[in-house]
Every structure is written in structure tokens, then in C-alpha cells.
Design a binder for this molecule. Structure first.
Ligand code: SF4
Length: 699
């Protein structure tokens, strides 16, 4: 922190990390960000966490890409680690014209379904919209996706199916008006820290917080109930709770009759899930399950929050279906203090999905299979039709690359060489590509495989809108110029599209936003000028003066007959269950200080100083059994591979479990993870793999 003497101007923007979407003021001197303060945004009211406050200096890191790079003809093999200080061995500098011509020609030479694209939830709404448009208009298909596939795709699948909309039904701030809340499979103090402050205030006012997670966590201290259930048994636990609500007739009969369908099937399905039977499965005693059921059903207003502990399973969609059913049967939707809230991960994962950066939907979740929808877009784009088939998802695209069906890729801001499950498979695939265009701010692990690298802009160097977990569309503003010849991402996309013959002529992100509004009803009453003025507007906004609706679905749902649906869920075991060879359970996730694959936070002095070394968490009794002291190294092995990593003692993990953050390239968690996916959301089971843990013998 500093004072006004330390800066010569200040610019308001949005924190680039998590989906909370905190508004910040960047204090600038000599075109460098000196420090950051929280300002009064709707999601943060001045608050920031350690990442938002201290995690910005990566934008000035000397590893930043400052010129377009083309792979040298005599470069060593693709995939070898490119030392940022010695990239000349692998790449040569190019002019923008040369690099863009080369990038476009390589993609066009392959063409059609031989090309696929990964966009990014780190980019703005306008950049996400342009990216999906480029693949659809330029290559005629829908093989375009982004990291929502690794995050909340199963939650969105269940919400779309049963509620008719993939976004939250109430902002997290609505917890202020609740008297009971469930937080399941999420760890907000680490992953959505500013949202967690609202959770804590809620409990201080007497709100009952029911935390459900196989791993203990700091929120436990604030909870009325802590259910540390067995990993992968969410459906049995949730069905048992709903069984009690049915058995004791605690459900909201009027709400069910007025606003839902398929209740009788749900009721019949729940019959067998007695708490006594399910206690055996989930490890939570029957009386606690009954107490939770009564507490939740007895609330005046209750909310359900969930994170990737729910979604990243092969039964992630079923987990979410249960949560939706629980809210529906108790009538906890569509009013103050009630609702469903999947806590979104990245700062623009909601917006990137809204903008159509997914293989089955055009912007606003309009199906690519609907002829009328496609023609509404091609009318605006002034181009011919494109495929009516759903495209391939992230992991399917990697499989297709492996099989030789996809030979060219455009990767903007994603890092599949670190983020994909069974990452050696993804790395093998990337090495097989004939032409890989990577657009990023650093030479990422994925850029190690690139044929051409386009130097892009960090959040503080560009303008554009982002949409947070609360459905709040917010304005990001440029505060400092990009380094060297790096350019704003939208500019790079437009220049590439021109070379693909698409005739794009946008002059600014505002032009793109204006086009998005033509086919996105969610943006009604939200204009670029309004966002410039107000910083944030929540969608839906009912008039140019309406700040937006914090709560939706007061009068029914965007589904046939306006009714939400109960979809019963049965127990499905995790895919890779422990056995004699791999007897423990591996679960992966994030830490407070590091963000995803670490490309930004590990280049931030404060954050990397706080968490400098790759580590995994083990229960003290497990360490004792292994003969390992905290700080020593262990070897983790699954059916996919092995890593060696420093062990940390942590009572929050159960004795049969290992928690492993995925930010560290030197001990990449995804070497170990299982690529099996949920059949609906196509999300990999990052939260459950069978693992062997061994002490590493030191000399
Ligand atoms: Fe940034 Fe999320 Fe922290 Fe807010 S809570 S400062 S958005 S990382």
C-alpha cells in the first residue's frame, strides 16, 4: 500500500483472478502499477483478498512476451521446456505481419474440422465472442471450448436441464438475507475469499452454515454443521437428506405444485435412500443427516453454494441435480435469501460461457443445433451457415489431436499442457500438431509446443467487459500499455480473422459488444456507455435504470410450462477406485495464493514468496505411517504416472486422502489425474483418483 504521492493516476478495473469479480483501483506511476486498492463494487464493497491486493506484479515481469515469435526450423523438439531467458534457441522474432500471416496460413492450409480452438475465461467477453465466431465462421464447425469444461460444466448441464438457465439464481451477497446456507464441495476462504467474508458475517448474525466437504477447511469454524463425508459419495448423502424431507413431509407442497414437474418420480426414487443405509456409504451418521434435513427444510430462506468438489466427478451432473432438487422441494428459489449458486472459478468463466465459447451453444446458450438460431447469427455475421452438430469438448479435442483428426489449433490464454487431466496424454497430443498458434502473455507450458506465439495483453493493459459469478457484467479498463509490441487480444483476433478472409472490421471492443447485444437478450438494457458510467450491471436488467436482478425465477422458470424439473440421481461410484496397489484417494484443487496453472501467481513476488514450493497435504497419521516428517518428500503414483513432492502435515485431510494443488509445473498434479469424464458435462474427475503414497529415500 502507499499514498497519493506514490502514483500519478488511478484506473478502475476488475481483479483478474477469481469469479467473485472484485472491483479495484490500480495506482499507476510511470506506466507501472504501484499498488492496488479495493473499491466499492457490488461484489466486494471495497474488500480484496491477498491475490487481488498483491498479485498484480506479474504484469511487469521480465518473462513477458514482447514480440511475436516463430519456431525456428532448426529448433529442438517441440515440448522441451523453453527457458524464458533463452528462448532464441527455439524461436525467432518476427514482425506482426509475418507472424499473423504465418499463423493464418498454417490454420487455413489444414482448414475445416482439422482445426480447433481453445479460448480462455481469462479473456474479456468481447474476446471470447470473437474467438468462438472465428472458429464457427472461419472453419464451419463448433470445435471450440475453454476451461469451463474443467470447472463447472456439469453444474451448467444440470442447471440447464432442470432450471433452464446455467447461471446462478441469486447473487452470493443474498446470503445476507438467508437464515440457512449450505456450502458443499467448495472452500471459499481459499478460493473465493471475498465471498467468504459475506459467509462469515452471515454466521455472526446467527445464520446457520452447513459445510459439506470431504476435506476439512477454515469455514468449519463458522459452521453449525460440518459434514466431512467420504469422497465421491455426494449423491448418497444428499439423497438421504432429501429422503428425510419427504419422509417427515417437510417439503413445500405449494411450491412444488406451482413451479415444478416430475416430483412423484423424485419422491419414489428417494424411498430407498434411508439415512441409516446411506450413513454406511457416505460416512455421516443418520442423526446428523436428519438434523441437516430439518435445519434446511425449516429455514425461512436458504441458499446452496457449491464448487468443484461437486462438479469435478464423473457423477458431477448428478451431484448438481441433487442440489437443485433439494432447493426445489423446499421452495428455496426465486426470493430474497434463497437460491442456487455454483461459485464460478475464473474472473470471466461466466462471461466466456455466456459469449458462446462452448461447443454446443452459441451466445446466450442458444443451441447450435437450432437452424433459426444459427441463421440469426449468420445474418449478423453476413456469412454462410456452419455445422449444426455439437462440437468437441476440451478433452475430446485432445483425443482427436492424438488420433490425428485435428492437426491445427489456436490456443488463446489456455494452458492445456498443465490443466488437462492425464496431462502427458495432452502433451503428446500437442506435440503431434502440425500447426499450433498460441496467444499468451508468457511462454507457458503449452507455448513450448507452439509454431507461432502471439504476445498478448494482461488484464491491466486492455479494455473489455467481464462477468462474475453473480451475473454482474463489469468494465475492465486499460491502466498501462502492453510491453514492447504485445497487443490487446481482441486486436490480434481481428487481425488474424482478416487474414482468414473473414472481413472483420471492428475498431474497438465497444464495437464487438454492440454486435453481441444483437443476439444476446441477457444484455438487454446493458450498453457499453452504461458500463463505462456505472462499472457494473447485473443481468437481467429490466430497464436502462435497473441495476439488474440479484434474484431470478420468482415467477417460474425458462422451461416448458415455466416449470423446473426434478431429475432423480442414483449412486455412481468414482471411476478410479482405490485397490491394493493404489490404496489412497487423490484430490486436486487450488490454494489461496496460487491461481490455476501458476503462470501469473508464480511470477508475483508476494504470492510466490508465501507459497514458493510445490506441496501436497497429508494427515499426520499418514505421515507417521510412512515415516515421513513434514517438509520431506513423498512419491505420489497413480495409473497415469508419478511425481515427487514436499509433504505438508494437514489435519483437514482424512488419513486415506492426499490433497494436491495443481499450480506447480515441477510436480504437475495432472500427471496423476484421471481423464474419465461425466457423461453430460464432459468434465474430468479431478477430485478422485486412486493413488499410492511412498516415502522418497534420501541419500
Ligand atoms: Fe480477486 Fe477473487 Fe480475491 Fe476478489 S476474492 S480480490 S476477485 S481473487
Amino acid at each position: 500500500v502507499g499514498d497519493s504521492a506514490d502514483f500519478d493516476r488511478e484506473v478502475e478495473s476488475i481483479c483478474p483472478f477469481c469469479g467473485v469479480g472484485c472491483q479495484i483501483s490500480l495506482k499507476i506511476k510511470d506506466d507501472k502499477v504501484k499498488y492496488v486498492e479495493g473499491i466499492n463494487g457490488p461484489a466486494n464493497e471495497g474488500r480484496l483478498c491477498v491475490k487481488g491486493r498483491f498479485g498484480f506484479d506479474y504484469i511487469h515481469h521480465d518473462h513477458r512476451l514482447t514480440k511475436p515469435l516463430i519456431r525456428r526450423e532448426d529448433a529442438p523438439a517441440k515440448g522441451l521446456n523453453v527457458d524464458p531467458a533463452n528462448w532464441q534457441e527455439f524461436f525467432r522474432e518476427a514482425t506482426w505481419d509475418e507472424a499473423l500471416d504465418f499463423a493464418a496460413k498454417g490454420l487455413m492450409d489444414i482448414g475445416g474440422t482439422g482445426v480447433a480452438g481453445f479460448g480462455s475465461a481469462k479473456c474479456t467477453n468481447e474476446e471470447a465472442y470473437l474467438f468462438q465466431k472465428m472458429i464457427r465462421q472461419g472453419f464451419g464447425h463448433n470445435n471450440v471450448d475453454h476451461c469451463t469444461r474443467l470447472c463447472h460444466a456439469s453444474s451448467v448441464a444440470a442447471l440447464m436441464e432442470n432450471v433452464g438457465s446455467g447461471a446462478v439464481t441469486a447473487t452470493f451477497n443474498e446470503i445476507e438475507n438467508a437464515d440457512v446456507a449450505i456450502a458443499i464441495g467448495c472452500n471459499p476462504i481459499e478460493n473465493h475469499p471475498v465471498a467468504a467474508t459475506y459467509f462469515k458475517q452471515f454466521t455472526k448474525r446467527g445464520g446457520k452454515l452447513i459445510v459439506m466437504d470431504p476435506r476439512g477447511q477454515a469455514l468449519k469454524r463458522f459452521s453449525s454443521h460440518m459434514l466431512q463425508f467420504r469422497p465421491g459419495t455426494d449423491v448418497s448423502m444428499l439423497n438421504a437428506i432429501m429422503h428425510v424431507i419427504v419422509e417427515e413431509e417437510l417439503y413445500d407442497k405449494q411450491y412444488i405444485e406451482a413451479y415444478t414437474e416430475n416430483w412423484e418420480a423424485e419422491k419414489a426414487h428417494l424411498k430407498d435412500f434411508t439415512p441409516e443405509k446411506m450413513a454406511e456409504v457416505c460416512g455421516i451418521d443418520a442423526e446428523t443427516l436428519r438434523d441437516v434435513a430439518r435445519t434446511f427444510a425449516g429455514a425461512n430462506a436458504a441458499m446452496i453454494f457449491w464448487g468443484m468438489g461437486v462438479s469435478q466427478h464423473i457423477h458431477g451432473t448428478d451431484n448438481s441435480r441433487c442440489l437443485i432438487s433439494l432447493a426445489l422441494m423446499t421452495g428455496q428459489l426465486g426470493r430474497s435469501g434463497a437460491g442456487l449458486h455454483p461459485l464460478r472459478g475464473q474472473n470471466n468463466v461466466q462471461g466466456a460461457s455466456d459469449a458462446g465459447l462452448i461447443p454446443m451453444f452459441l451466445p446466450d446458450y442458444q443451441s447450435v443445433m437450432n437452424d433459426g438460431v444459427r441463421s440469426a447469427f449468420t445474418d449478423v455475421w453476413k456469412s454462410g451457415d456452419f455445422s449444426s452438430e455439437k462440437g468437441l469438448t476440451v478433452t475430446e479435442i485432445m483425443d482427436a489431436v492424438h488420433d490425428g483428426d485435428i492437426k491445427g489449433m489456436y490456443v488463446l490464454g489456455e494452458n492445456p499442457a498443465m490443466s488437462d487431466p492425464d496431462v502427458e496424454h495432452a502433451r503428446d497430443a500437442l506435440a503431434k500438431l502440425e500447426h499450433l498458434v498460441v496467444q499468451d502473455i508468457f511462454i507457458t507450458e503449452t507455448a513450448n509446443y507452439a509454431d507461432v506465439i502471439l504476445p498478448a495483453s494482461a488484464f491491466a493493459e486492455k479494455s473489455g467487459t467481464v462477468t462474475n459469478t453473480n451475473r454482474q457484467v463489469q468494465m475492465g479498463r486499460p491502466a498501462v500499455p502492453p510491453p514492447g509490441e504485445a497487443r490487446e487480444d481482441w486486436w490480434i483476433e481481428v487481425e488474424l480473422a482478416k487474414r482468414l478472409g473473414l472481413g472483420w472490421n471492428y475498431q474497438s471492443p465497444a464495437d464487438v459488444f454492440a454486435e453481441m447485444k444483437l443476439n444476446m437478450k441477457s444484455l438487454d438494457n446493458i450498453t457499453w456507455e452504461r458500463l463505462e458510467r456505472e462499472n457494473a450491471v447485473t443481468y437481467p436488467s429490466l430497464s436502462p435504470e435497473d441495476p439488474g436482478q440479484a434474484i431470478v425465477f420468482a415467477d417460474g422458470f425458462p422451461r416448458p410450462d415455466g416449470r423446473a424439473r426434478f431429475t432423480p440421481a442414483s449412486i455412481i461410484a468414482p471411476d478410479d477406485v482405490p485397490d491394493a496397489q493404489y490404496p489412497m484417494i487423490l484430490t486436486t484443487g487450488r490454494q489461496l495464493e496460487h491461481w490455476h496453472t501458476g503462470s501469473m501467481t508464480r511470477r508475483s513476488k508476494v504470492l510466490d514468496g508465501l507459497e514458493p514450493e510445490a506441496n501436497c497435504s497429508l494427515h499426520p497419521s499418514t505421515l507417521r505411517k510412512l515415516g515421513v516428517t513434514a517438509g520431506e518428500h513423498v512419491r505420489l503414483s497413480t495409473k497415469r504416472g508419478s511425481i515427487e513432492i514436499m509433504a505438508r502435515e494437514d489435519r483437514a485431510v482424512s488419513p486415506d486422502m492426499v490433497f494436491l494443488p495443481f499450480a506447480y509445473v515441477e510436480a504437475a498434479a495432472n500427471i496423476l489425474t484421471n481423464p474419465a469424464v461425466d457423461p453430460y458435462g464432459k468434465i474430468p474427475e479431478f477430485k478422485f483418483s486412486a493413488v499410492k503414497v511412498e516415502a522418497v529415500q534420501t541419500q
